[in-house]
Design a protein around this ligand. Structure first.
Ligand code: PEP
Length: 241
């Protein structure tokens, strides 16, 4: 199972100290074979990678620019720069960035160029509340997968995170049957048996007891709750209890 922490716009050099708990927890629970990935803001990628260097916990970026080379893109970071800072993953297609104007074609270019630089991709897809109400969930997901992963051959480099937009940061989660059906729909669409599909959206240390019952899930992408190390550890412990 994957547990991916999306710190969003959160964290500073002091916050990194809270990772000591995580490092110890992961060391003690090697036998459970879960994978933890922390995605902090750009400012913390180097220092977090250094802190986690001896641990099995890996680091990822939260987005990147599509350009392969340096360029006049103020405020941006490309995949090569992420890799150089210590990231092994990058979140792409997060709805908070889609809402800021990123479209499927641009995300596809970012996926390609990030894979070329050796990064693994945490590829986010999900429908809005309006699309859900209009029964457009599957068509939205199909389009996001078709264009976003167009001509991507190395599907092993991709982890898909199904994150319904109406669930992110709202405390509302899909019911287990709907979630099971959506995850199997995604797995069928990508036609790759070993593809990993995670759920993200308001996962916390209370609703994990329900979410862990969903048999076809390969893990969770956790935003708000991951900012508190104790909550994140609690989520992992409850998943295995
Ligand atoms: C996210 O931002 O990817 C996310 C899942 O956020 P939250 O857990 O806070 O809903």
């Amino acid at each position: 199972m994957y547990f991916i922490a999306n710190w969003k716009m959160f964290g500073d050099s002091k916050t990194l100290k809270s990772l000591n708990n995580v490092i110890n927890f992961v060391k003690k629970n090697k036998n459970k074979r879960f994978k933890m990935i922390y995605c902090p803001p750009f400012t913390l990628i180097s220092s977090m990678s250094a802190k986690l260097a001896k641990s099995a916990v890996q680091v990822g970026g939260q987005n990147c620019h599509h350009a392969k080379n340096y360029g006049a893109y103020t405020g941006s970071v490309n995949p090569k720069m992420l890799k150089d800072a210590g990231a092994e993953y990058v979140i792409l297609g997060h709805s908070e960035n889609r809402q800021n104007g990123e479209d499927d074609k641009l995300i596809n270019l970012k996926v390609k160029n990030s894979i070329d630089e050796g990064l693994n991709i945490i590829f986010c897809i999900g429908e809005t509340l309006k699309e859900k109400k209009n029964k457009k969930t599957f068509s939205t997901l199909s389009k996001q997968l078709r264009i976003g992963l167009n001509k991507i051959k190395n599907i092993k480099k991709i982890i898909i995170a199904y994150e319904p937009v109406w669930s992110i940061g709202t405390g509302i989660i899909p019911n287990n049957d709907d979630l099971f059906n959506t995850i199997s729909f995604i797995k069928k669409k990508i036609k790759h048996q070993s593809a990993k599909v995670l759920y993200g959206g308001s996962v916390n240390n209370k609703n994990i007891n329900e979410l862990k019952k969903i048999k076809n899930l390969d893990g969770f992408l956790i935003g708000g709750a991951s900012q508190d190390t104790k909550k994140l550890i609690d989520i992992i412990q409850k998943t295995y209890n």
